[in-house]
Write a protein of this length. Structure first.
Length: 133
């Protein structure tokens, strides 16, 4: 399992969009992962709160790490997000958790929280499972 995680960590380091958005993986385990993003000026929308796409990207990166943690290529088949609170600064944490996994599909949820632990958004996704990476 450890070698699969190491290989996955290398794959995730190549995620140029997450890197551009200053998102980093902080923890990964079987079916779970945590990613963080410190809010900067370029994450803000016209009303000075974090743009929804930035939150989606943060959640999607944590989901990608969790869903690929079994050594199989997993890609999103469906994803949605609910926003609860606007924020303009601080560090945001996305915690992904697997809820079910079958032969070709797996389901995940991702909670995005601020530094005080307040939920900012909730992401729900289904992964399509392909061959080993």
């Amino acid at each position: 399992m450890e070698s699969k995680i190491k290989k996955l960590e290398q794959l995730l380091k190549n995620d140029r969009f997450a890197s551009y958005n200053q998102i980093r993986l902080v923890a990964i385990g079987k079916g779970e992962a945590t990613a963080e993003m410190t809010v900067t000026e370029h994450h803000l929308n016209g009303v000075n709160i974090v743009q929804g796409g930035a939150l989606f990207t943060l959640a999607d990166f944590a989901f990608a790490a969790a869903s690929n943690s079994h050594g199989r290529i997993a890609v999103a088949a469906n994803a949605s997000i609910n926003f609860f609170k606007g924020v303009s600064s601080g560090k945001l944490t996305a915690s992904a958790k697997e809820h079910s996994s079958g032969r070709t599909l797996a389901t995940y949820t991702v909670d995005i929280s601020d530094e005080e632990g307040t939920k900012i958004a909730f992401f729900n996704a289904t992964a399509f499972l392909k061959g080993e990476y």
